[in-house]
Ligand binder design. Structure first.
Ligand SMILES: [Zn+2]
Length: 271
């Protein structure tokens, strides 16, 4: 039987472009979107402004005839759940809980969370993991929805499948899973990580890279072996959304890319 996953794309909640992109997504045959409220993380004033309108954004997704797969929670230095300073960290967790409580009634959907900001030095890694685990306890208790920790690149926490498994196992929370970002693996092949993470992946961020750093390119423009990635996803029984997360939301291109990837994969499988 052919393997196929529901199609989605991340759209940044940042002004009028958001509403235009929703329309485009619907027109191009997307079923889901990731409601990305983190896209103004470099600009606190803008971020605050958009936060006031989160409910309006959610309503617009529904009005456009789309479904929300996940809400991408904020990240960055002002949002680090593994941050060093206890008082600052408590404020961050309180703020995340406040946002989760506001959005939960519009679910069910997943939340995507970055487990840390960076850089994280070798000596502080252990301590930062402990901080993240303490924050996760509060965050997971605040919602019945599932929180997905994202695989991250460079020195961030969860920068390998092994560390992701370690964090999930130590947390021991029912509603804690992984968001597989295909272009964030710098120390192992994406397909190998998928096999290692079997059963723990609840959603995806799909894009290509060169295994040097994240690039958020269209699949095929980087070095990822997409037939191997799809084979690994199928083998591990992944049935969640195939959610594109690109540098620029190229909706028509992403849709064509999705059709080609799955067609090629299934053709090869049949042969
Ligand atoms: Zn991502």
């Amino acid at each position: 039987m052919d393997y196929r996953l529901p199609l989605g794309i991340s759209i940044g909640f940042c002004g009028e472009d958001f509403y235009k992109n929703l329309e485009e997504a619907k027109k191009n045959g997307f079923e889901y979107i990731d409601f990305d409220i983190a896209s103004s993380w470099r600009n606190p004033e803008k971020e605050e402004k958009y936060y006031r309108d989160l409910e309006k954004g959610i309503a617009a997704v529904r009005d456009a005839g789309l479904k929300i797969n996940a809400v991408h929670l904020s990240f960055g230095i002002r949002w680090d759940p593994a941050g060093r300073w206890p008082r600052k960290r408590k404020k961050i967790v309180d703020r995340l809980v406040e946002i989760i409580r506001r959005l939960d009634p519009y679910g069910p959907f997943l939340y995507v969370l970055h487990g840390s900001f960076e850089p994280i030095g070798k000596l502080s890694r252990k301590r930062r993991k402990k901080n993240l685990l303490a924050s996760l306890k509060i965050l997971c208790a605040a919602t019945k929805n599932t929180i997905c920790l994202e695989i991250l690149p460079r020195t961030c926490l969860l920068n390998t499948s092994a560390e992701a498994i370690e964090i999930l196992d130590r947390a021991g929370e029912q509603n804690l899973k992984i968001c597989l970002d295909t272009n964030h693996f710098l120390q192992e092949k994406t397909e190998d990580a998928i096999i290692a993470l079997a059963g723990r992946i609840a959603t995806t961020h799909v894009s290509d890279h060169d295994y040097v750093d994240e690039r958020h390119l269209l699949p095929g423009q980087g070095k990822i072996d997409w037939n191997a990635v799809l084979a690994a996803l199928e083998k591990t029984g992944y049935k969640g959304v195939f959610n594109y997360e690109l540098k620029y939301p190229q909706l028509a291109e992403a849709k064509a890319n999705y059709e080609r990837l799955f067609e090629e994969y299934n053709k090869k499988k049949r042969a």
